[in-house]
Design a protein around this ligand. Structure first.
Ligand code: GLA
Length: 283
């Protein structure tokens, strides 16, 4: 289920695991029916990274580095990746991602943490109140591949522009298994600071989580595939909807969608992405 991991080289799906890049067709590993998901059979979540401690004025953390070799899971180019996790004095978890390549490739990195603001024994997250700074989604077909459209959420169960419980309209989302598993297009926000993507509040504990990001999209995934077969901390079996993910990202299947922001990275360019998870409390 990708609990807590770095997801890459390309998080989310690439249709049929294929793309055309600079005139050459690449075939990636197919690990999700006919499609490529979260980097393939051995994605960035299933490898050992080099780790070192980092200390900054207001933060401590971990710097993870790794070279993803040319051809890994079918991707072109040696990709040198750095991911930094920082815990700040401001109750934030900051994740910074950087990458460079020696051949043009596609990169899309995220973190796949499942949150439950009620704690390990919190049950489902259906009562958590969610607000998203996103007026549209990239709708998908039944295999979760984007159709290429950008669709306003107004008047649909996908509308979180005003805060509402995650479970309020979840029965009307469709899909198999049912629940939210969709990429939101984050609203353009001018002004200083990272754009806001989401705010979540657990009404029982009053705990809050705010997410801001440099990425254009965020996948809202409500743990639809969890079925109780995995037992975690405190002997708790993770049932459907026991956690939610807010995976900041470029849009799924961008390599095959010319109208989506590009995920191509060329030699000499530097991939950079930053997401801040800020924790708090409110009555
Ligand atoms: C992402 C996908 C989901 C699912 C989970 C992992 O969030 O969008 O469809 O694959 O990862 O279970």
């Amino acid at each position: 289920p990708y609990f807590g991991c770095i997801t890459g080289r390309y998080c989310n799906r690439i249709a049929n695991g294929k793309f055309l890049l600079e005139g050459k067709e690449y075939q990636l590993a197919k690990n999700n029916g006919p499609h490529h998901l979260h980097g393939g059979n051995v994605g960035f979540d299933k490898v050992v990274w080099q780790a070192k401690e980092i200390r900054r004025d207001n933060a401590v953390g971990l710097e993870l580095t790794r070279r993803s070799p040319d051809g890994e899971e079918g991707y072109p180019g040696n990709l040198d990746v750095t991911v930094r996790y920082l815990v700040t004095d401001n109750a934030e978890l900051v994740i910074e991602y950087e990458a460079t390549t020696d051949k043009t490739t596609h990169v899309n990195l995220t973190n796949h943490t499942y949150f439950n603001l009620g704690g390990i024994k919190g049950g489902t997250i259906l009562d958590h109140e969610l607000q998203l700074w996103a007026g549209s989604i990239t709708p998908t077909d039944e295999t979760l591949i984007p159709t290429g459209k950008i669709q306003p959420v107004k008047g649909t169960p996908f509308d979180f522009t005003a805060s509402k419980p995650i479970g309020q309209d979840i029965a009307r989302t469709g899909g198999n298994p049912s629940g939210y598993d969709i990429n939101y297009v984050i609203d353009r926000q001018d002004g200083p600071g990272l754009p806001r993507a989401a705010k979540v509040r657990d009404p029982k504990s009053g705990r809050t989580l705010e997410v801001s990001t440099s990425e254009p999209g965020v996948q809202l995934y409500t743990g639809n595939f969890l079925d109780g077969s995995i037992v975690g901390k405190g002997g708790v079996a993770y049932q459907k909807h026991f956690g939610f993910c807010l995976e900041t990202q470029h849009f799924p299947d961008s390599p095959n969608q010319p109208d989506f922001p590009t995920t191509a990275l060329k030699p000499g360019q530097r991939y950079h992405s930053k997401t801040v998870y800020r924790f708090g409390t409110s009555k």
